[in-house]
Design a protein around this ligand. Structure first.
Ligand SMILES: Nc1ncnc2c1ncn2[C@@H]1O[C@H](COP(=O)(O)OP(=O)(O)O)[C@@H](O)[C@H]1O
Ligand SMILES: [Mg+2]
Length: 330
């Protein structure tokens, strides 16, 4: 049995935006599964449907064996969710937040306390668990949010952009905690991210998602292998030359990736390069720079999505909105 299985899962918002378009996922028990895609790809919408916060427009899905529409209560009791936007109350302590979530899930006090102590230890928050969350650093805050999703012992944990806004060092620390939790709790973890390194480092398997559709699925290694050979990036003086080169190198399936650069896939660039440069020279074109890239997850992304993943900081609008609401509440 799959931990998560979707069949043509689709969401069209009331304004007509098709955020998720016939997604089919099969996630095994105990996997860390990555959903990788740029902002607006439909990752959060997918997570919201799988955790029953949103109803699908079409298609269906089972999570922990239960139908997300017909058995939504059962799904809710069996999944943990760590949403993209932070949810802990800053005017309460970490402990108070954890107890509040436990109460929400009807976990008896004794059991909750026991579970919380274990989780707090797991993410090294013991020293600060009785401090106000408002005083936490970004990294501490994310660790608290992580275990808030675990107080009711879910079988499947959803992490929506778990390291958004953290610096690189704090981010890799967070990866360690996520790996430990998967092993110790023996649960399935589905994580979304627009950080390539994050999905590469954490997931056993992943799907790249773009414009609501899954473009490719596999292990990070499989995806890198599927590219085969080298990706060659040629950079020109100006856009006109890049455009001209794309046209001339049609037979090499050259395609433009930025204003000035084009990429060519080559199984053996050292062999092809002389020919390619020769062809360009006939049209008086000479690239400013030639770079050869070994396949990385970034190359995979480039290949399947057609552009690199920009390293942006996520939904800044919704974060701003959230901060504003917090201020209003005080
Ligand atoms: N409540 C909503 N109403 C209308 N459109 C939405 C809503 N939420 C998200 N969208 C749109 O759906 C698409 C997917 O968004 P989202 O699932 O948040 O993507 P991601 O999490 O990958 O950044 C985007 O085009 C976004 O603007
Ligand atoms: Mg999102």
């Amino acid at each position: 049995m799959y931990s998560v299985e979707t069949y043509n899962l689709t969401k069209i918002y009331s304004n007509g935006v098709k955020a998720v378009d016939k997604i089919n996922l099969q996630i095994n028990e105990g996997e860390i599964y990555g959903l990788l895609g740029p902002n607006g790809a439909g990752k959060t919408t997918t997570i919201k449907m799988l955790t029953t916060a949103l109803k699908p427009t079409e298609g269906s899905a089972k999570v922990a064996g239960y139908d997300i529409v017909k058995e939504s209560m059962k799904v809710r009791m069996n999944v943990g969710i760590v949403p993209q936007d932070l949810t802990a109350d800053e005017d309460l302590t970490g402990m108070e937040n954890l107890l509040m979530v436990s109460k929400f899930y009807n976990v008896p006090y004794g059991k909750a306390k026991e579970n919380i102590d274990k989780l707090v230890k797991l993410v090294d928050l013991r020293d600060s668990i009785n401090k106000l969350v408002g005083q936490y650093s970004g990294g501490m805050r994310r660790r608290l949010e992580l275990i808030m999703g675990l107080v009711h012992n879910p079988r499947v944990l959803f992490l929506d952009e778990p390291t958004l806004g953290l610096d690189v060092q704090t981010r890799s620390l967070m990866w360690e905690y996520i790996r430990n939790i998967q092993q110790i709790e023996n649960i399935t973890i589905i994580l979304t991210s627009h950080y390539l390194e994050e999905v590469d480092a954490l997931s056993n398997r992943l799907s790249i998602i773009n414009k609501g559709k899954i473009v490719v699925t596999g292990t990070p290694e499989e995806l890198k292998k599927s590219i085969g050979g080298d990706i060659v990036v040629l950079t020109f003086k100006n856009g006109k030359e890049a455009l001209q080169a794309t046209d001339i190198l049609k037979t090499y399936k050259a395609s433009r990736i930025t204003e000035l650069s084009i990429k060519i896939k080559s199984s053996d660039f050292s062999k092809d390069s002389q020919t390619i440069l020769g062809i360009l020279k006939e049209s008086n074109l000479e690239p400013l720079r030639i770079q050869v890239e070994k396949p990385s997850l970034d190359t995979v992304f480039l290949e399947y999505v057609g552009r690199s993943l920009p390293d942006e900081e996520g939904d800044s609008d919704s974060r701003k909105m959230m901060l504003m609401m917090r201020r209003l509440r005080k």
